[in-house]
Design a protein around this ligand. Structure first.
Ligand code: SF4
Length: 110
């Protein structure tokens, strides 16, 4: 869920994405935000959790066209097939992992 900031002359939408700077999903996230929110004065940014540099990189034009965005969506849909097997639940509990419900609750994947 993005943080949307609005003023009379401008709108900004900021989303956090998983991964290090340069994460592949960032251009797709930006394109989706631009398409979903649209309108004049809109700039968006997708900042990786692990840091995106000293300044936020705002963009007002999608870096992915429709075909590239479609390919990214299809890759995301098939990502669940590429996930490694889950660890034994006892190990996950011992690690204190916050994804127990996702990995061991039957909802793994997209
Ligand atoms: S619950 Fe956490 S540690 Fe266990 S498999 Fe999932 S992500 Fe890995």
């Amino acid at each position: 869920m993005p943080l949307v900031l609005e003023a009379p002359a401008a709108r900004r939408a900021l989303a956090l994405v998983p991964g290090p700077p340069g994460t592949d999903g960032a251009p797709a996230t930006e394109a989706v935000l631009l398409a979903a929110l649209g309108g004049p004065g809109l700039r968006v940014a997708a900042v990786p959790f692990e840091g995106g540099g000293p300044e936020v990189g705002w963009t007002e034009e999608p870096r992915l066209g429709p075909e590239a965005l479609r390919a990214a969506a299809e890759a995301a849909l098939h990502a669940a097939d590429a996930l490694p097997p889950v660890l034994a639940r006892e190990r996950c509990v011992a690690l204190g992992c916050g994804f127990l419900a996702r990995c061991h609750g039957g909802t793994r994947g997209l």
